[in-house]
Design a protein around this ligand. Sequence first.
Ligand SMILES: [Zn+2]
Length: 353
Amino acid sequence: MNFAPHSSLREAEVNDTGCSGSIALEEWLRWGCVSPVPAMVNEIIRDLKLLENNIDAHMVFGGNGGKLQGDFKVQEDKKHREKYLALGDSDKKFQFFSARQIACRLLGSRGYLCQKCWLPMEDCMCSKVEPCSLWNGIRFWLYMHPKDFLRQNNTGKLLWQVFGVQAAILCLYGISEDEEIMWNAFKDAGKARVCCLYPNQNIAPKTAQDAFSSQSSADLECTHSLTNRDRPLNFVLIDGTWSNSAAMFRRLKEQAKFVWGEEDLPCISLAVGASAMHKLRPQPSWDHTCTAAAAIGVLAELQLLPEYSSYGLDKQAEAVEDALIVLLEALTARRLRMGRSITRKVRHSRNIC
Ligand SMILES: [Zn+2]
């Protein structure tokens, strides 16, 4: 239903890194990650490999990344359900669920996807993406659902392709190693320097202008932080489908409560950013689902404020917009090459998010 590749089956490449098939740090980092390799991901990979040896069926993946297929899938389903039930608390279950999806996507994508742009190697768009420095008063966090990890039509990945992995940082939802890095950075920054791009239902959402303009009486602390070069303002972009994002936001609020003693996580919604982007993809749910557009919106709105107009944020927004066009063209070219209709992408608003 979207830009998925042909569901040709692929055998997992597990023999190239020794018999355990585990993910080495170097390989993990090449996919855009910044954390140590999650222990639970490698544990799951070891179990998969063990099962493969025991039942004499090969791990085969198909579809859009890490979906197990065939006999192995049947056996593995039983096995992982047993393991899931045996896990005590719900957080452990949730972490297992996330790690399993990530392990499968890693194994299913090895040797098939370009590690940088997450497109099939023959469609690699890396040479067409122009890197650009993000102003050091801002840092983006891509809080990504495991189902979006290594998805070719994900747009969050564009941010670190353009700005680099330290300016736009990947944090995988439910991976404790990643979440720990993000929350340690938030603790250091302080609550006033963390902002989530998500309309908070309980209170009227602020626009970037409300939150950061020095004309506004509120959030002077926020404004101060933006001009403080040592401590960037952290923007959390929830990178998942609209239906998954509510649960992801809930987890952020729970962690905020744990860290700061209150659930209230500062949120902003975009006023002009999304509409400015409509010329690219005139779709109704676009502003909710496209992560790159959300980043463009933040940069575009801050650019309008006099006190932030000298940091070249408009150029940085343009660099992401250019990368978004490159991705769209690469996905469209792929569809055409594979003899698929490109009109579908107009009907389905969730093709890019
Ligand atoms: Zn590439």
